[in-house]
Design a protein around this ligand. Structure first.
Ligand SMILES: [Zn+2]
Length: 258
């Protein structure tokens, strides 16, 4: 009972908390929506955006297609690279986001493959079971690999990067995104931290295995020739507001050319 009361108390103190779980039941407390209307380029609609996240971020989720700020930013990157392609191309998508899947599937020129270690989580598409550190695909198979919010779950970062690059065609492009603590210079990883509680405390989420700091960008440039594009590099303040990017440097895409 004490825990129950603590749960309710802490949830009510959390300004943007939306749902709490008590005895297995999900209870909706708040559903704050933005007063402002923001524009989602993915579903092409204006809406009052809602909150999202373990530490809730206010007004970031499109009420229609459920896109978050990073998906809306990646839409522009994917549009530049492949969404309207007239050529026949092959794309590999890890841990597929539904809003991005829906976009890609509109183009019949794209042969699309979705994969995840737990494919049952993705009932909206034909998702195959694959381990990103040991893929079953042949070398040089795909024109693009897209992988968002996966690398921070993988203990062997190098293997993940090498394996997803291996399956790219010689001129293929790897587009990835992952959480970075922009107020932290150095990436932190300690493999003796293994419990969900300790991972949450040290890395911000109970199934993350490291906390990336800003040094990841220079390291990836040096080690993989990666290019990094931030929302703030290509959009002015008006667009950043319109699409509801948070403009804290987190909405970015890392591009590795094979
Ligand atoms: Zn939308």
């Amino acid at each position: 009972m004490k825990t129950l009361i603590q749960n309710i108390f802490s949830a009510k103190n959390e300004k943007y908390h939306k749902v709490i779980t008590i005895l297995g039941m999900k209870i909706k407390l708040f559903h704050p929506k933005s007063d402002d209307l923001y524009y989602c380029p993915i579903c092409k609609k204006y809406g009052h955006f809602t909150q999202m996240g373990v530490k809730p971020r206010f007004a970031v989720k499109c009420p229609n297609c459920k896109s978050l700020e990073r998906h809306r930013f990646l839409y522009f990157i994917y549009q530049k690279y492949f969404l309207n392609t007239q050529k026949q191309i092959k794309i590999l998508h890890t841990a597929p986001e539904k809003c991005i899947y829906n976009l890609i599937k509109k183009n019949p020129n794209i042969e699309y493959t979705a994969i995840d270690i737990s494919p049952e989580r993705y009932s909206f598409c034909d998702c195959k079971k694959e381990d990103v550190t040991g893929l079953s695909f042949a070398d040089n198979t795909f024109d693009f690999v897209i992988s968002n919010q996966v690398m921070e779950h993988i203990l062997d970062e190098k293997k993940y990067l090498l394996e997803l690059t291996r399956v790219l065609k010689p001129d293929g492009t790897f587009l990835l995104n992952f959480p970075v603590f922009m107020n932290q210079e150095k990436t932190f990883q300690d493999d003796s931290i293994t419990t969900p509680e300790d991972r949450e405390k040290n890395y911000g989420q109970n199934d993350h295995v490291r906390a990336y700091g800003r040094d990841v960008f220079s390291r990836f440039k040096k080690e993989y020739g990666a290019k990094v594009i931030f929302a703030k590099d290509i959009f002015n303040a008006e667009k950043i507001h319109k699409y509801r990017f948070l403009n804290k440097g987190k909405d970015f895409c890392v591009i590795i050319q094979k």
